[in-house]
Design a protein around this ligand. Structure first.
Ligand code: AMP
Ligand code: MG
Length: 518
């Protein structure tokens, strides 16, 4: 175990790549460099609100016991081995090329090395950088709580994700127009220390190609492959690498679909090159199973980032990455081939995930149709997703009447079902029951499989909203409880949270939909 203060940090990224080392945080274009040095801006009173013991243990980081450690987490102390910087990247936002974006409020302090791996230690909300554009480089408590809790929740669900080590309140106030309606208000500021092997995004590559910085593109690509995909070598390594990014991205999206997660802002600057869920903003778990749901108010006109669109968008985003890599490849048709392979890879992973979710021993030929019909039925009757799958795994297989079946699922419904909806549900449950009976293993084993695939606890937006309201009043009861519950999402330890979203929360801002204001 080592303390944050005494650790010798690595800074391979800034050693290998050239940056703007002036430390100037005046917003500007920074062509030709990979990053700009940015010192965190001092805050008034950094106070540790939360600490992820699990992550700290994994990384062998001592829990802060003195103010100097907390000062690091709040950006008030930079130790001598750290080299704080913000990365330069671009991105396609809502389908359009947006040019240079970069870490506008994220500052990497250094890399934490442990057991042969390195972890980028990044403060989010630590003040302006060269990439802050017109914004302040800060983050408010509500969005920081959301990022902190959700990163850890996703990790414990088994979904590839960046992590969060700490949550610090700054003692400073930050002005935000939360509803984008011309009523800005002061809110408490906060900083999350996030951690990942790398925060590189598709956009780090895109920006280089867009400005014709092909030597830089080659350098970043070679480095990324050497460091994070070292098993890939040889002439075709860029193609092989893209194929692996396609695989990882497909896995990530399938995992989102398994747990009912909607990212909400799948811009290419929010797509991790390691296939991790990154940049938690206006995300949501599904309450009712609605493929057309987007939690992001900015996305409402186009509904680009809905739950059901996530695979198509991942494919589109991977296409942007492939375009960015084209200058490095002689036969670009090979890039096209890899990108076109996304569909098959995705569907294979998807059906295999759904088979487990439904408790099937394996994916038999007819099961694809069963899965599709099942998903269509859910999209039609829109039950609470998490509750429905829990009830499905407890369904007594010796049911006698249709009524018995409907009664069994009734606690998952948000509205009364029509006659034809009842019929649809019943017909599918009949087919499903037969299929479960045909498993090569017993019901118990099937239920075990379902238990591992279907979360019983999900971090619903309304729960987060309540926890944040409490924290803003200085009380942390719900926050602490959620922090515990998210560690065992497949257990029944926290069944008091196994409830549908209450009516009051369905329309309330922050409980169902969120703006990007953070
Ligand atoms: P996001 O939608 O959170 O992925 O952010 C898109 C871009 O806006 C990124 O370049 C962010 O760094 C930047 N950004 C978002 N919020 C702020 C902020 N408060 N200050 C500076 N830059 C920001
Ligand atoms: Mg982002």
């Amino acid at each position: 175990m080592e303390s944050l203060k005494s650790k010798t940090y690595r800074s391979d990224f800034t050693t290998v790549f050239n940056g703007d080392n002036s430390g100037d945080t005046q917003p500007r274009q920074t062509p030709g460099v990979f990053y700009s040095k940015a010192l965190p801006t001092r805050v008034k009173n950094p106070t540790l609100l939360a600490w992820s013991d699990d992550l700290a243990k994994e990384l062998e980081i001592e829990k802060p016991s003195v103010q100097t450690d907390i000062d690091i987490l709040g950006g008030n102390l930079v130790t001598s081995s750290m080299f704080p910087y913000s990365a330069r990247y671009g991105g396609h936002q809502f389908g359009n090329w947006a040019g240079q974006l970069g870490d506008g409020r994220a500052i990497t302090l250094g890399e934490w090395e442990v057991a042969g791996s390195t972890w980028e230690m990044q403060l989010k909300g630590a003040g302006p950088t060269a990439y802050s554009r017109r914004a302040d480089g800060r983050a408010v408590l509500r969005s920081s709580v959301r990022e902190y809790l959700m990163s850890e929740a996703m990790f414990h669900l088994g979904v590839p994700t960046t992590r969060a080590l700490s949550l610090v309140t700054t003692g400073d106030e930050v002005m935000r127009d939360m509803f984008y309606n011309g009523n800005p208000q002061y809110e408490p500021g906060a900083i999350v220390m996030r951690v990942a092997p790398s925060f590189l995004r598709f956009g780090n590559f895109e920006i280089l190609t867009s400005l014709g910085e092909i030597e830089n593109l080659k350098k970043l690509t070679d480095w990324t492959i050497d460091r994070y995909y070292p098993h890939l070598t040889g002439e075709d390594k860029v193609i092989l690498w893209l194929k692996e990014v396609v695989e990882r991205t497909a896995t990530m999206v399938v995992e989102w679909l398994r747990v009912g997660f909607v990212h909400g802002v799948m811009n290419t600057d929010n797509m991790s090159i390691l296939g991790l869920t990154i940049d938690y903003g206006p995300y949501s778990f599904l309450d009712d199973y609605d493929r057309n749901f987007t939690p992001n108010t900015t996305d409402l006109p186009g509904r680009r980032y809905t739950f059901g669109n996530q695979a198509s968008i991942a494919y589109w985003n991977l296409g942007c990455l492939a375009n960015a890599l084209a200058p490095l490849v002689t036969e670009t048709s090979k890039l096209v081939e890899v990108i076109e392979g996304f569909e098959d890879i995705f569907w294979m992973k998807y059906y295999s995930m759904m088979a487990k979710k439904l408790g099937l021993d394996r994916l038999r030929e007819d099961d694809v149709v069963l899965v599709d019909n099942f998903e269509n039925m859910l999209a039609g009757i829109k039950p609470d997703m998490a509750i429905f799958y829990q009830l499905l795994s407890n369904l007594p297989l010796d049911w006698d009447t249709a009524d018995e079946v409907l009664q069994h699922f009734k606690d998952s419904f948000y509205t009364d079902l029509s006659g034809s909806e009842n019929q649809k549900l019943f017909d599918l449950i009949k087919l499903y029951t037969e299929r479960i009976r045909a498993n090569s293993f017993g019901r118990e084993e099937s239920q075990e499989l379902m238990k591992r695939s279907n979360p019983r606890f999900i971090l619903r937006n309304y729960l987060l909203h309540q926890a944040i309201e409490e924290l803003e009043r200085g009380e942390n009861t719900l926050f602490v409880k959620l922090q515990e519950a998210l560690k065992n999402p497949y257990s029944n330890n926290f069944d008091d949270f196994l409830k549908k979203r209450p009516d009051w929360a369905s329309e309330k801002a922050g409980c169902s939909m969120l703006s990007c204001s953070s």
